[in-house]
Design a protein. Structure first.
Length: 355
């Protein structure tokens, strides 16, 4: 059983001599954009961990690219920040220099979003004008472009949740924002791999997402979802020991109030995240095995390396009381796990296509 993408690229043997069709060039471009998305995820992690995400209280998609340039501008930005609950309840008395430090990370995060938009949209238009996009890929690239634009709106929707009544953003909206970024990353990697296959074989069709791979990726999705909730709830601080939580297997401070406690109680979310990780490892082991059997040894090695490092980093983050550098590295390697899983699932899907 497989999920089949039935429309095949209109790029056959009769087009191999047409210089307009450059799937390898498109693949390299998409991998470059994927690298920028990876950096964006890392900076997003720093922004969250340094509590910088609410420092910019306005959304100006164009003019917001320019930071405050003089003292009057800084004072105005700082005055707007002093109006929100985070300052009034947590950071009251913060100095202007301290405000500039948190402002930098949020500004950089938004600047990277704008850069990624340009890095995708401008080459895409150029490839379209030159009719260099193989048939069947235009709609997919357009979907990624639209999702990237939507991601900017999701980011502001997330920020608004912390500007009026809360002192931080909604962990539900944070999860949507992070998972959308990782979905875009996976889509970029998958499409680039399809185009690389097309550059090697003009008759190559797109890989299929098999039912087995979809199940394994679904298990990874659950782990990423709980990871986002743990970040949004600051639940990494719920315990500083491992494998027990404050000396107990089940955290004694957990407050089970029904199934929503999985998402809302920091102790329960932390508990599930640390133990579902091993279910995810088993799923990724099976996915890596499928990829290797399909001839994707590189994907298998990458996936093993990524999830192995991620498990060790997760434990280290807990034992160090959420050390900033380790926590950022944990989020960075999480993005690499997504990229490697997409690569492995693609390898398995190509084997299924050949059959």
């Amino acid at each position: 059983m497989a999920f089949v993408m039935r429309r095949r690229p209109r790029y056959g043997p009769d087009m191999t001599a047409d210089a307009r069709y450059r799937p390898r060039a498109l693949a390299i471009w998409l991998l470059g954009v994927a690298a920028l998305v990876f950096v964006m995820v890392v900076v997003g992690g720093i922004t969250r961990l340094t509590e910088s995400g609410l420092s910019i209280t306005q959304w100006k998609p164009v003019t917001g690219a320019i930071p405050p340039l003089n003292d009057a501008d800084w004072q105005a930005a700082f005055a707007r920040y002093r109006m929100i609950p985070e300052y009034q309840q947590i950071n009251r008395g913060m100095s202007l220099d301290a405000f500039k430090a948190i402002y930098f990370w949020e500004w950089l995060h938004r600047l990277l979003g704008r850069l990624i938009g340009l890095a995708f949209a401008l080459p895409f238009v150029w490839f379209l004008v030159r009719r260099a996009v193989p048939g069947g890929y235009g709609w997919r690239l357009t979907a990624i472009l639209l999702l990237g634009g939507l991601q900017g709106a999701i980011g502001w929707w997330m920020v608004t949740s912390g500007l009026v009544e809360r002192t931080d953003v909604s962990h539900y909206r944070l999860a949507v924002h992070l998972l959308a970024a990782l979905f875009i990353l996976g889509g970029l990697v998958w499409t680039a791999l399809d185009l690389l296959a097309l550059s090697r074989r003009p008759d190559a069709g797109p890989a299929r997402l098999t039912a087995h791979s979809a199940l394994m990726l679904g298990m990874l999705f659950i782990q990423l979802l709980f990871g986002a909730w743990v970040a949004g709830l600051n639940a990494g601080h719920a315990a500083a020991d491992w494998p027990l939580m404050n000396g107990r297997l089940w955290p004694e401070n957990a407050d089970w109030q029904g199934w929503m406690s999985l998402a809302d109680d920091p102790f329960i979310a932390h508990f599930v995240h640390r133990w579902w990780a091993f279910v995810t490892v088993l799923a990724l082991l099976l996915l890596a095995r499928r990829a290797k059997a399909a001839g994707g040894r590189g994907a298998s090695v990458a996936l093993h390396s990524a999830f192995g490092a991620q498990i060790l980093l997760g434990i280290a983050v807990v034992l160090t009381g959420v050390n900033l550098h380790l926590a950022v590295l944990h989020q960075a390697v999480g993005a690499l796990v997504v990229a490697a899983a997409a690569w492995a699932a693609h390898a398995a899907g190509r084997a299924d296509y050949r059959r």
